[in-house]
Structure formats: C-alpha cells, structure tokens
Design a protein around this ligand. Structure first.
Ligand code: SAM
Ligand code: DTB
Ligand code: SF4
Length: 377
C-alpha cells in the first residue's frame, strides 16, 4: 500500500518520457492515423521506410491493431494454385523455375485440358479453398487466342462452381482484361516483384512500366488487382520499401498483396540466395498491413519453411490469406493436414468467398457490347 501511495505521488516525468518514446514510433503514429482516417494513396516513401524501420515488436503490435480494425482477424482466405501451362517460358525472371533459359529439370507442357482443370478446382473446393488461381508460364497472352478462349471457359465454369477465380497469365492487353471480366474473373495476379530500381537486376525481358500497364488494364476492366512481390532476391531493405510504396500509391490499392519469400530453385540464377528470415517476412507483412489496411495480405511462397508459431506471427502481423494445397505452381507447399491443425490450434476460420463485384466499365454497357464481342470469337 505504502508503495502504491509513493508511486502515485512520485512525479511522472520519467514514466511520461518512456511512454512517449514507446508510442511515437512511425508504426504507432501511422497505424493510429490509418485507423482514424482510413485508406490513403498519397504515401511518401520516407513515411513507409520509417514504418518499416520501427522496432519489430512495435510494428507487429500496431499492424495487428490495424488488422483488427479493418478485418475479422480470425478469418484467413484459402486460395489454391494450379499451373495450367507449365514451363518453357521465354522470359528471364531470375527466380523462376519455369523460364526456358535455366536448367531446372522442368518439362514444358501444353495448356491443361478442361477436365483436368475442373477436377483440380473441384478438389480444391472440397478441401475448403474458396479462390482458385490458374497460372500460365507465358510472357503475355498476345497471339494465343485459342488458349485464351479456352481459359475464358475455365473461368466461367469455376465461377459457376461457386469459387472466386484468379488468373496469372503474364501481361494482358486492354481487350483481354475486358474479356476476362466478362467471363466472371474475380482477380488477376500480376506481381511487381520488387522496387523499380532493383527490378532490372532480376528481369530484363519486360519492364516495370509494362507491368504497371497490365495492372491499369485490369483495374480499368473492373477486375480486382492482385499484386505483390518477392523478398530474398538479394534486394536491399530500401527495395522492399520501394515495392510497398509503388503498391500503396496505385490509384486503388490492390485487393490482394501476395508477399512471397523466394523459393530458391536449383538451376535458377538465384539458387544460392540465403533463405529469408521470419523477421523479414513479418516486417514486410506488417508494413503492408499498415499502408494498405483493407488489402488481403497473402503469406505466399516460402510458407512451407516456416513453423506454425512463425506463421502465427505472420497472421498476427496482418496476413489474412494463404495458398493451400500440396503444390504452389511447380514447388512444394504446406501439407493439408498440417494446415488444418494450424487453423484449429490458432482459432482461425476460413474466409467465405466474396462475390461482390467492381462495376464493369462502359465497354459492357448495351450500346458498346459489340466492342467486347468483336474480339471474343
Ligand atoms: N508468367 C506469369 C507472370 O510472370 O506474371 C504468371 C506466373 S509467375 C510464376 C507468378 C509469380 O510467381 C511471379 O511474378 C513471382 O512473383 C512468383 N514466383 C515465381 N517463382 C517464384 C519463386 N521461385 N519464389 C517465389 N515466388 C516466385
Ligand atoms: C504469387 O504471388 N505467388 C504465387 C502466385 N502468385 C502465382 C506463385 C508462387 C510460385 C512459387 C514457385 C513455384 O511453385 O513455381
Ligand atoms: Fe515466365 Fe512468369 Fe516465370 Fe517470368 S515468372 S519466367 S514470365 S513464368
């Protein structure tokens, strides 16, 4: 009692200074602002850098607060990937086992047939997945009319099964984005991968601006943008901040932001990269959560290397989406049973599919429908 009385009477100066320095990290200030004022698209790079550089536990705590404010923190989206056209890609992305320039032992395949794709989607749905994402090892879809029309059919069929549908087929043209929208595509994945400055160290066969152009077509077509990147490519922390800055200053924040940890595949130029540490992943996820509060932040490739407690920290930091299923595109993913156990243990619940639509653009209004019809045959 005496002690309590003395502490009450003691001048608070020392404690106030300590409290002030605890609560004044950039993560704290910006997270509070994010909760108060909502989504911003006018982030300055230095602001994002100082959030990213905040003491890790402070960053984690404040990202968790933003997460709880913007989302049901128990809900985690389960997405399943299928590589519908594997290998033999003309591009030189240095991380990618599917580039024909590297000897990774991967055999190039043709577009997977309808039965096989729909069967995989059915299985994914039965396993609790709500979003089916089809990937193709292409630079772009130009000049692939037959295959592209086939994929439009897959999109329609899978939507009719009651799943969200995503595609990642490389660069798109405006008309193709419109056709994917018409087929019922929920989201299109096209990653920026890293900062504009570091990008040429990783890919030389297409530019950062070309990637941004595809994102613009997707956004303008009324399809949700899914765009994120990879850490562990040999980039500096400044590049991770640069990537988040580009994403967070897009005209509309991406609906989902996949954060991949490099899967260093033998035969690729990045085969000897040092594995990403969990703290780097947490820093990236937490910063993404604070600067893009409403986005689905996806703990993506590389999850298989993280233990359950490590993944739990990622969920606490604001990740609310994962890839489930035994494979990503060509590499191994987490075990189904281990994921089920993790959901149970952490009290996570699967997020229901969301079919709310962004409006289709003018091109689909009755007087303009011939524009879309002209090229879909
Ligand atoms: N060809 C299309 C493209 O590049 O947009 C779609 C497929 S591509 C494999 C999709 C994304 O997967 C890449 O942008 C990259 O971010 C990610 N990715 C590919 N290989 C990876 C690896 N080894 N580790 C982590 N992420 C990887
Ligand atoms: C994304 O950001 N990560 C996924 C998905 N989008 C297409 C792909 C990860 C690929 C990892 C390497 C592989 O399995 O080939
Ligand atoms: Fe091709 Fe996509 Fe792999 Fe690049 S990331 S090599 S474009 S499949």
């Amino acid at each position: 009692m005496m002690w309590i009385m003395r502490s009450i009477r003691r001048p608070l100066g020392q404690f106030q200074v300590a409290a002030a320095s605890f609560s004044s990290s950039a993560a704290a200030v910006e997270a509070e602002r994010s909760i108060r004022e909502g989504v911003r698209n006018d982030w300055r790079r230095e602001e994002i850098k100082s959030i990213y550089d905040s003491p890790i536990l402070d960053l984690l705590f404040h990202a968790a607060q933003v997460h709880r404010h913007a989302h049901n923190f128990r809900e985690v989206q389960q997405c399943t990937l299928l590589s519908i056209k594997t290998g033999g890609c003309s591009e030189d992305c240095s991380y990618c086992p599917q580039s024909s320039r590297y000897s990774t032992g991967l055999k190039a395949q043709k577009l997977m047939n309808e039965d096989a794709v729909l069967e995989a989607a059915r299985k994914a749905k039965e396993a609790g997945s709500t979003r089916f994402c089809m990937g193709a090892a292409w630079r772009d879809t130009v000049g692939r009319k037959t295959n592209f029309n086939q994929i439009l059919e897959y999109v329609k069929e899978i939507r009719d099964m009651g799943m969200e549908v995503c595609c990642t087929l490389g660069m798109l043209e405006k008309q193709q984005a419109l056709e994917l929208k018409k087929a019922g595509l929920t989201a299109y994945n096209h990653n920026l991968d890293t900062s504009r400055e570091f990008y040429p160290n990783i890919i030389t066969t297409r530019t950062y601006d070309e990637r941004l152009q595809t994102l613009e077509y997707v956004r303008d077509a009324g399809i949700n943008v899914c765009s994120g990147g990879i850490i562990g490519l040999g980039e500096a922390e400044e590049d991770r901040v640069g990537l988040l800055h580009t994403l967070a200053t897009l005209p509309i924040h991406p609906e989902s932001v996949p954060i991949n940890a490099l899967v260093a595949v033998k035969g690729t130029p990045l085969q000897d990269q040092k594995p990403v540490e969990i703290w780097e992943m947490i820093r990236m996820i937490a910063t993404a959560r604070i600067v893009m509060p409403k986005a689905m932040v996806r703990l993506s490739a590389g999850r298989v290397r993280f233990s359950m407690p490590e993944q739990a920290l990622c969920f606490l930091a604001g990740a609310n989406s994962i890839f489930t299923g035994e494979k990503l595109l060509t590499t191994q993913n987490n075990d189904y049973d281990a994921d089920q156990t993790m959901f149970k243990l952490l009290g996570l619940i699967p997020k229901a599919p969301d079919f709310s639509e962004r409006p289709a653009p003018k091109e689909f209004e009755p007087e303009n429908t011939e524009v879309a019809a002209a090229s879909s045959g």
